[in-house]
Design a protein around this ligand. Structure first.
Ligand code: NAP
Length: 308
């Protein structure tokens, strides 16, 4: 594990950060600072509790201080869309920003990521470009950890909040044949279903539990974060034996009651740590223009979240 303090902070140190509200639980500083140290970059990654009403000011402040980039977590991802100067295709597509890249204007008129400017160069104009790395990260985790193949598959998705909506659209975009949506507030699931029908007509989307089996069940609700939470699904209406694989976006605790039950039912299971890792490695690549040290960041994340 690289020693993130081996290189002292000095006047050339550059900064990136995560903004959330609250943010104290965030594992991103541990993961990113390990990655930055492994890349030998004189950067640091910080965490700030930014109230939503001050998000715009906080982003402008980071731009003025020539930060390299910022990650956004709850409740900022949708709010930030309107605040960006430019949106990458990923942020436009999913309507949410989790990664901001600060870019400076070169004399020849092109915008270059600040992370790729030399320490001595001083851009006069800086803009913010918004990206979304969450959706790709989910699919990468599903493929690598569960061996899941999107094309033609049947998926049951629980939850239609911020993460659930992006997951549903991404799964449809990846070629899922049949998507079943379940959410406490079914109007929200119905709105997501409408959006999928309009944008991805090749995906048959149904509200409610499926008959028969599914290849994959994804929990995108927050049920399972607390020990006293009920299961995020009704097992009398959908017994877990009917799912080939179960992915829980929650990673703390490492094994939610849903995952424990799914493992007992013989399903392949994975928690949300991989998704968190890959959204972070992709953000670092967007900022630095270099391949992220994935294994170093994975180890740092595991150590921070589970203590080893
Ligand atoms: N691993 C990762 O990288 C990653 C990334 C993003 C999110 N997540 C996790 O995904 C989960 C959802 O995040 P989010 O950003 O989508 O949050 P959100 O926008 O607040 O949505 C919360 C979801 O959980 C449901 N829910 C909350 N309390 C419930 C209850 N008591 N009974 C039934 N359903 C309930 C909500 O249903 P209603 O619509 O009815 O309110 C909604 O579907 C969280 O656990 C978060 O930690 C993980």
């Amino acid at each position: 594990m690289p020693d993130v303090f081996a290189r002292p902070i000095d006047a050339s140190t550059r900064y990136c950060a995560v903004y959330g509200f609250p943010v104290r639980h965030s594992a991103s500083p541990a993961m990113h600072n390990a990655g930055l140290a492994a890349l030998g970059l004189n950067w640091r990654y910080l965490a700030f509790a930014v109230p939503p009403v001050q998000l715009q000011e906080a982003l402008r402040g980071a731009a003025a201080m020539r930060f390299v980039g910022v990650n956004l977590t709850v409740p900022h991802k949708v709010l930030a869309v309107e605040m960006m100067d430019v949106l990458d295709a990923s942020a436009r597509l999913w309507g949410a920003v989790n990664t901001v890249r600060f870019e400076g204007l070169r004399a020849d008129g092109h915008w270059e990521p600040l992370g790729q400017w030399s320490a001595e160069a001083e851009p006069e104009q800086v803009r913010m470009q918004g990206f979304n790395t969450d959706a790709d990260a989910l699919v990468q985790a599903l493929q690598e950890e569960l061996g899941w193949q999107a094309k033609g598959s049947r998926v049951l998705l629980l939850g239609a909040g911020g993460a659930g909506r992006v997951a549903a659209l991404k799964l449809a975009a990846e070629g899922v044949a049949q998507l079943f949506l379940v959410n406490r507030t079914m109007e929200k699931a119905a709105a997501v279903a409408e959006e999928i029908r309009a944008r991805y007509p090749g995906c048959a989307v149904t509200l409610g539990y499926p008959e028969g089996t599914v290849d994959l069940l994804v929990n995108a609700t927050s049920l399972g974060l607390r020990a006293e939470d009920p299961l995020p699904l009704d097992p009398t209406r959908f017994p877990l034996e009917r799912a080939g694989a179960v992915y829980d976006m929650i990673y703390r605790p490492a094994e939610t009651p849903l995952l424990a039950r799914a493992a007992r039912a013989g399903c392949r299971v994975a928690n949300g740590l991989g998704m968190l890792l890959y959204q972070g490695t992709r953000a670092l690549e967007i900022w630095s223009g270099r391949p992220a040290p994935v294994e170093v960041m994975r180890r740092a994340l595991r150590e921070h979240v589970y203590g080893g």
